[in-house]
Design a protein around this ligand. Structure first.
Ligand SMILES: Cc1ncc(COP(=O)(O)O)c(C=O)c1O
Length: 404
């Protein structure tokens, strides 16, 4: 996969020696700039935008996100708890309102649901069967004072994904109830429909997906006297990328809102933190085996697993266009712990610093301590005033306490 981001922005002038290594550094000013774009789409379209915590859960910046967006979407009990503790109760929130929490999980556990219902405004299920099986828990949660809507995730059966493993509409996908199986009885007690089908995509795939979905859901929409009052179009919208078609998106959302009579939600993750963070590393050793090699303190498998999973090649800050490429690999024992071949802007010598771009989303949330590889510390920089703060450093206890 080619990364579509990788604009260094203000990081082009950041002195990598100011932080320890390895370290994630997030630029609050770039985060704000992304949030301004998302809030502008929200305001012009008259919709709600939730930040997807699965992509970026650096809760130290929750008050910044709460200033601009309507809340967050979560993937189950633990993210919902984090949202309840840090995202909706802090900051002034949009127009002073409490932020919303939408929780979707492909499979809930009965014991988690009461707390999820108490925390969430929308509890979104993957199948009508699970809604039915847990209806008594939902009723009891309401009796106990929880106020939430039930939603159903649909699989529109319309493929737009460029990479099969990131395509929830791929053949045999478990994600979402296939829309061609939808019957009126499946929507008993359901007031919203959810779909999430895109990954780093432009506006047009969203429009095509909605066109595919529309005939199946039309009879159930509020505008046609049905029970469905909100539609959530998930994430995967690369709205903050410079060339995203934001005017077309706004016009589309306005039209859908008018024709369906529904409140509309988008829940971008990557777009919130796009190009807002780097991962700083250090060269530990160098030798040759048919090509120049360097062992670094960043591990693909522990710190940026999407490099191997996707796979993709992260952009490097200041990478040179010419010169000899060196293969960078992590300190772990995994032969495949290779980040890629790079023309470094520094000499291939132990102690030299370098950084990968666009690492705020889907890296920080996915780190592991496999092989006892230390976790990167987390820093918050603000390129607007050059303030820099170490938000969190992880000691070896972080490794020990995950084992027993
Ligand atoms: C249900 C759901 N909503 C939102 C998102 C956020 O997507 P992205 O970070 O690509 O915008 C995801 C990502 O997997 C998702 O599964």
């Amino acid at each position: 996969m080619e990364t579509k981001a990788g604009d260094p922005g203000a990081f082009a002038h950041f002195d990598l020696g100011r932080v320890d290594s390895p370290a994630f550094v997030v630029d609050a000013a770039k985060l704000r700039a992304n949030l301004v774009v998302l809030a502008d789409v929200r305001d012009r379209a008259g919709i709600k935008v939730l930040a997807a915590m699965k992509a970026f859960s650096m809760w130290r910046v929750a008050p910044i996100i709460a200033e601009y967006l309507d809340g967050v979407c979560t993937s189950g009990l633990w993210e919902a708890r984090l949202a309840g503790e840090h995202y909706v109760s802090v900051g002034k929130g949009l127009a002073g309102k409490r932020g919303e929490i939408a929780t979707y999980c492909a499979g809930y556990k009965a014991e988690d649901l009461p707390e999820i219902c108490a925390i969430s405004d929308h509890v979104i299920f993957n199948s009508p069967m699970q809604i039915n099986r847990f209806r008594h828990i939902l009723d009891k949660a309401r009796e106990d004072g929880a106020a939430f809507d039930v939603g159903l995730r649909l699989n529109p059966l319309h493929r737009e994904g460029e990479v099969e493993k990131y395509d929830p509409c791929a053949v045999g996908s478990r994600l979402g109830f296939p829309v061609d199986q939808l019957r009126p009885e499946h929507l008993e007690g359901v007031s919203g429909l959810h779909m999430h089908t895109l990954c780093e995509q432009d506006f047009v795939p969203l429009a095509r997906t909605y066109e595919a979905l529309k005939p199946h859901i039309a009879p159930y929409l509020a505008a046609n006297g049905g029970p469905i009052r909100w539609l959530n179009f998930g994430g995967g919208h690369h709205i903050t990328r410079a060339d995203y078609q934001r005017d077309e998106l706004v016009a589309f959302l306005q039209a859908v809102k008018a024709e369906t009579g529904c409140e509309l939600y988008l829940e971008p993750g990557e777009a919130v933190a796009l190009d807002a963070g780097i991962l700083v590393g250090t060269i530990l050793d160098a030798h040759e085996n048919g090509m120049p090699l360097a062992i670094v303190d960043i591990s693909a498998t522990c710190h940026m697993p999407d490099v191997i999973e996707a796979p993709y090649r992260p952009a490097m800050l200041g990478e040179r266009a010419d010169g000899v490429a060196v293969r960078l690999g992590g300190p772990s024992c995994l032969a495949g712990d290779v980040i890629g071949d790079y023309r470094l802007p520094v000499a291939i010598e132990p102690g030299q610093r370098f950084a990968f771009l666009d690492q705020a989303h889907y890296s920080m949330v996915k780190t592991t301590t496999f092989n006892g590889v230390p976790l990167p510390s987390i820093w918050l920089w603000d390129s607007a005033d050059d303030s820099l703060e170490c938000v969190r450093r992880f000691g070896w206890e972080a490794f020990r306490d995950r084992l027993s």
